[in-house]
Design a protein. Structure first.
Ligand SMILES: C[S@@+](CC[C@H](N)C(=O)[O-])C[C@H]1O[C@@H](n2cnc3c(N)ncnc32)[C@H](O)[C@@H]1O
Length: 376
């Protein structure tokens, strides 16, 4: 067992112990779910640009809808990729909005260098706080989270629909859902507990700093998407869909979805992988972050540290609740369910993950990840 320390808001003597792991010897390891915080850096933007499936789907959709139209790009990022794709495809004018000042500044320079400064206007700020001279024909954004709605796509795009986009205007992406699959994580890592590789610590620190204190941050599982062998050992059920977000239809960022996972394999049920499917344009095949390597990674919802033995035919029934946090944009998630096993008593299981709630080391999983001075 290895522990290291991460600084708590750079205050000497207030370091937080954290479980470290070596990705070389652990096929599955943890990263922080960072897209819902303003902690984007060059490495993160580059990972998105290198995601060919994501890039191709978006550029195809932009080429389909942008020619001759006015376009709003929400969250253009430092590379202004969709704004530039729209201008190159012949958009009449593009408004590119970005909340991170440094990213907005670099986007402005990139657009000038590409010779599109007359057709793309960069606006620094939150899309929910800006005004446009006139509503646009098309809104493009990629603020889809590790869970479909976790970066605030539901409330941000509902606001854009009300104030910034013409009635009947087109939204890219078209829709997203969150997916859930039952996991046996012990078998993937030979029983070793999960941890963060040291190069992830600075992202954990930045998420803590953006919230103002340590808390039980959402974590994602690296290593599942890339290896069919690891997935086959880890996934115990077929996936189900929750949190549907219809960007071109009735868009409700909050709700309760009832779902049931049927176990298809024998194993030790430790929790769920929660991921997303994204239909960039109507009629597209979805991008599926449970099974395709991508810049989105499945969130881990731990339900049992020791794991619960399950067999084919057993089932996990649950309610998945999405509620907007008090910032009005980013959802808090909660899941309550019952494990039904042949011949055994019903086992109640639950998980919750707030955007910036104040619980720290509140469950056995987080006490193992961030052990106190005396150990977990
Ligand atoms: C996942 S990145 C996407 C960047 C780029 N569009 C791309 O797809 O490569 C999301 C970006 O949106 C920005 N963002 C998120 N919500 C926003 C909002 N409501 N208004 C403006 N910018 C936002 C973030 O700061 C971040 O730069």
């Amino acid at each position: 067992m290895r522990y290291s320390f991460i600084a708590e808001l750079a205050a000497p003597g207030r370091e937080v112990p954290v479980r470290a792991c070596d990705p070389e010897s652990n096929p599955v390891w943890l990263f922080a779910s960072i897209g819902e915080y303003p902690v984007y850096d060059d490495v993160v933007y580059e990972a998105m640009i290198k995601d060919e499936r994501r890039m191709n789907r978006y550029v195809e959709a932009v080429r389909r809808y942008a020619p001759g139209r006015t376009v709003l790009d929400i969250g253009t990022g430092k590379d202004a990729v969709w704004a530039l794709a729209a201008a190159r495809a012949g958009a009449r004018h593009v408004w590119a909005v970005e909340v991170i000042p440094k990213s907005a500044q670099i986007a402005r320079e990139t657009i000038e260098e590409a010779g599109f400064a007359d057709r793309i206007t960069v606006i620094e700020g939150l899309s929910t706080e800006i005004e446009l001279p006139e509503p646009v024909d098309v809104c493009v954004s990629e603020i889809i989270g590790t869970l479909g709605g976790s970066e605030g796509a539901g409330s941000v795009l509902r606001d854009a629909r009300k104030r910034l986009v013409k009635p009947g205007g087109v939204f890219i992406p078209h829709r997203s859902v969150t997916t859930a699959v039952a996991l046996d994580l012990g078998s993937a890592n030979g029983g070793r507990p999960l941890g963060f590789p040291p190069f992830v610590f600075r992202y954990v620190e930045e998420v803590f700093a953006s919230v103002g204190r340590p808390f039980d941050l959402r974590v994602v599982l690296e290593g599942l998407q890339d290896s069919p062998a690891v997935r086959d050992r880890s996934y115990l059920s077929d996936p189900v869909e929750v949190e549907p977000l219809e960007f071109n239809g009735d868009l409700d960022p909050e709700g309760i979805d009832a779902a049931e996972l049927m176990f298809t394999r024998e194993g030790n049920f430790s929790g769920l992988a929660l991921a997303m499917r994204l239909w960039v344009a109507e009629g597209d095949e979805p991008i599926d972050s449970l099974v395709q390597p991508s810049s989105w990674t499945p969130v881990y919802a731990p339900l049992s540290v020791e794991g619960l033995p399950v067999r084919p035919g057993d089932r996990f029934e649950f309610d998945f609740t999405t509620t907007l946090s008090d910032d009005g944009v980013h959802p808090d998630y909660a899941l309550t369910g019952e494990l039904h096993r042949a011949g055994g008593p019903v086992v109640p299981l639950s998980w919750s993950s707030t955007h910036h709630g104040d619980g720290f080391r509140a469950t056995p999983f987080y006490r193992s990840l961030f052990p106190g001075p005396g150990g977990p």
